[in-house]
Design a protein around this ligand. Structure first.
Ligand SMILES: [Zn+2]
Length: 549
């Protein structure tokens, strides 16, 4: 496998021509080549900021797939997730997730109170929703709920709790007993390391903010003396309160570049995926700090590309996010997992308007598992990944195409939904009702998608004939369309018939379409009418066009 320090492990796999291999297999090989002790530890982690969005789940689901492959090979694996909650709040997020995980604007909370806590550790900031012990605890609870929904066993670790327990003390001591060495190692990666730099941040006892100025270190007593001076966070300067005090190591934190490699050793991490921002930054310095400062080893790395959402970076500070909950309302968990089973090496755009394409891709992936698709790479990927993506491998699973499910979602009439599914041949009279029930769950997902997007499927089929007054020419045109339906015309044929029938009676086609929308949806607009009617039961459509039911 070569140098495991190379975060572009998978890039090399790509260059070597096995890009279509399931990434978790490649990573599992690399981990096992290190001859790890059991249980094998897989880590992920984030600062608990804003909304736990779909992009953050790279940190959990990528590792989970690797864990699954290792378990399949007979290994014991434990997945841990650190909430890096002694990190300071750096900026006010534009959006937050409330107690139920719903994304809300900053206006929903006391933004002033949050603003006064800029620079303070997440674990010390009150929960903006008042339900949990802290901002960090609120965020962690949401992630835990989402992870549970996906049935991924993960042990959550709060770095604050680890600091408070003294678990970081040996690493802090190691850094502070030879500050020169720490500076010289970090200085190879960062320009801003000068002779006064001491890699430790105390939390000011007076104002609660993270401080950077350390005036004295007592290694024997494991304490530091800090002074609360101005702190530069991004573009902003947080004014220090001037307080000075002597506090234990356990009341502060290592800077991220030192904290991360300490976590690897402290938690015994064998593998950790991370976003490409770390690949050129804290990863190489972390490897050097692990080896040269702590005398420990770095885990097997894996860089993943970020997802974009509707073409823009996913970011809770910018307000362009979708939570896991929200996405799981629109797609099945298997589709969600499939998205994360795809190569981490490729940047992907999650287009909510075109979720149908993602679901269609999942359906093709699933089909390739059961029957060769003709593309060897797709088949190999499906063979390796599919059993991990679905809850159970069921060769008789019924999948309604997502847009068809969205069409079914236009009616609440369960029997009509089934009739439409029968007409299209997805089910028949003999199909096991439990299977039909499972297949129909996609209708609820697609219906929510249609509602949220307000797209061409967001219409309600009127169960009863609406009261509509139609002039004779329109009635004549509708009769001609009904005849095409009677003759077994498909969606395209009906669409053409709508135009032809209008012209035959010298009407603007819009008039006939508007009449159709009124009859079927009780409003003057709707989806592509011919296509939609083609999905419905022909008897029902013809009768409605004739205003008989
Ligand atoms: Zn202070």
């Amino acid at each position: 496998m070569g140098d495991v320090h190379d975060p572009y492990l998978l890039q090399r796999a790509h260059d070597e021509g096995w890009a279509d291999r399931f990434f978790a297999e490649t990573v599992a090989d690399a981990i096992l080549a290190q001859d790890p002790s059991e249980p094998i530890i897989i880590k992920g982690g984030i600062s608990p900021s804003g909304v736990a969005h779909v992009g953050n789940f790279n940190e959990i689901i990528r590792g989970w797939f690797v864990a699954e492959v290792l378990r399949e090979r007979g290994h014991t694996v434990e997945q841990v997730f650190t909430s890096d909650d002694r990190d300071p709040l750096r900026s006010l997020p534009r959006q937050l997730a409330d107690v139920d995980g719903a994304v809300v604007g900053l206006g929903e909370v006391d933004a002033g109170a949050l603003g006064r806590n800029l620079g303070a550790p997440y674990s010390a900031i009150p929960d903006p929703f008042g339900a949990r012990a802290s901002y960090a605890a609120h965020f962690t609870a949401l992630i835990e709920a989402e992870v549970a929904q996906l049935e991924i066993p993960v042990r959550m670790e709060s770095t604050t709790a680890l600091y408070e327990s003294g678990a970081f003390d040996p690493y802090i001591a190691r850094v502070l007993e030879d500050v020169e060495q720490a500076r010289s190692v970090l200085g190879r990666f960062q320009d801003r390391v000068d002779d006064s730099y001491i890699p430790f941040n105390a939390v000011c006892q007076a104002c609660g903010k993270i401080t950077e100025t350390i005036e004295a270190v007592d290694l024997g007593a494991r304490t530091v003396t800090y002074r609360c001076t101005d702190l530069q966070i991004g573009e902003q300067t947080m004014t220090g309160c001037g307080d000075s005090a002597t506090v234990p190591f356990s009341a502060g934190k290592l800077p991220w570049r030192f904290e991360w490699p300490a976590e690897w050793d402290l938690l015994g991490v064998d593998f950790e995926p991370f976003g490409k921002d770390h690949a050129e930054g804290s990863w190489p310095s972390g490897v050097a700090i692990a080896e040269e400062v702590y005398g420990t080893e770095a885990p097997v790395p894996m860089v993943y590309e970020w997802f974009t959402l509707d073409g823009a970076p996913m970011s809770s500070s910018a307000g362009n996010v979708i939570s896991v909950d929200h996405l799981l309302e629109m797609v099945e968990p298997a589709v969600f997992r499939y998205f994360f089973a795809l190569s981490p090496q490729r940047a992907r755009d999650l287009q909510l308007e075109r979720l149908d394409q993602l679901v269609d891709a999942f359906d093709r992936f699933e089909a390739a598992y059961f029957e060769p698709s003709g593309d060897a790479a797709v088949d190999a990927f499906a063979a390796a990944a599919y059993p991990h993506v679905v809850e159970t491998v069921d060769p008789d699973v019924i999948r309604l195409p997502y847009t068809f499910a969205a069409v079914l979602g236009m009616t609440d009439d369960v029997e009509l939904r089934r009739e439409m599914a029968r007409n299209q041949g997805y089910i028949d009279r003999g199909t096991d009702p439990a299977r039909i029930e499972r297949a129909m769950r996609r209708v609820d997902h697609a219906r929510r998608w249609a509602q949220r997007m307000g797209n061409a499927y967001d219409y309600r089929l009127q169960p009863e004939l609406p009261e509509v007054q139609l002039e004779p020419a329109v009635l004549e045109a509708l009769e001609a369309v009904a005849a095409v339906v009677d003759a077994g015309g498909d969606g395209e044929a009906i669409q053409t018939a709508l135009y032809d029938a209008a012209r035959a009676v010298d009407l603007e086609p819009q008039r006939v379409f508007a009449a159709g929308y009124e009859l079927f949806f009780g409003q003057p607009q709707g989806p592509r009418l011919g296509e939609f009617l083609g999905e419905l039961d022909a008897g029902f459509v013809a009768a409605r066009l004739r205003r008989q039911r």
